[in-house]
Design a protein around this ligand. Structure first.
Ligand code: ADE
Length: 239
């Protein structure tokens, strides 16, 4: 069985060092997935190895050149193809993309090869989106992690990978814990709710007691309390 492979292309490879930590690092150590970071600068030509230029049509800022991006994406795709990955999902990080939510995280967790293109400045020449959208082995997705502008796609990539990787079978020891967490669709009719509040020991902390329902030992009562709290918390977010 082929395990998921996650490629990240960036001009700041060091930004991706958290990939070797915690859940993601452990999952890779256990052979559940592979991550690889590629320095875009290695595909830049010219004395200055520049990767950006002024925008056609004028305006502030710089736009990343499609030339090194095309070379880097092709190289990454070739290497993956040699390892048996036939289809590539190219994720272009941009505040103009589809907003990340738990449904998108589940969708991405189904795909075997993700390539994250971390743009900086005013983003990547749009012909990268156009070109790879026309190539049958590629599926292109422009993704945003929220309505604010970051300096580049690196942190957004870490956010997406953290959301996706924990959904890969085997990464989280107790798969049951995925079922009840926030934003997970319980059935087709209901909207996804955020999770109910959780408590652990001690039973009293700074005069605050754990809700009596949770210590009642009555599973029906606990389930009812949790369902009501999840709904209440979800409604509160709408204010
Ligand atoms: N690059 C800059 N801002 C971003 C955002 N909000 N999401 C994804 N990539 C970005």
């Amino acid at each position: 069985m082929i395990t998921p492979r996650y490629d990240v292309i960036t001009i700041f490879p060091d930004y991706m060092s958290p990939l070797s930590l915690s859940l993601i690092g452990k999952a890779e150590e256990r052979g559940l997935l592979t991550t690889k970071v590629t320095d875009l600068r290695n595909f830049a030509t010219g004395v200055h190895k520049s990767v950006d230029d002024t925008p056609y049509g004028g305006g502030a800022g710089m736009v990343m050149s499609p030339v090194p991006w095309g070379e880097a994406i092709d190289a990454v795709a070739h290497e993956a193809e040699a390892d048996g990955y036939e289809e590539h999902t190219l994720i272009i990080l941009t505040p103009a993309g589809r907003k990340l939510d738990q449904a998108l995280a589940y969708e991405l967790a189904q795909r075997k090869h993700l390539i994250f293109a971390c743009g900086r400045y005013e983003g990547i020449d749009y012909r990268i989106t156009e070109h790879y959208s026309a190539r049958p082995q590629f599926k292109v997705m422009e993704v945003s992690i929220g309505d604010y502008v970051l300096g580049g796609g690196e942190v957004a990539t870490l956010v997406i990978l953290e959301a996706v990787i924990r959904l890969i079978p085997g990464v989280i020891g107790n798969a049951e814990s995925l079922k009840e967490e926030s934003h997970t669709l319980v059935d087709e009719e209901t909207e996804p709710l955020v999770e109910y509040p959780n408590y652990t020991k001690p039973p009293v902390w700074r005069d605050l007691e754990v809700p009596t329902e949770l210590v009642s030992g009555n599973h029906g009562l606990i389930a009812k309390w949790r369902a009501a709290k999840a709904r209440e918390r979800t409604e509160k977010l709408k204010d």
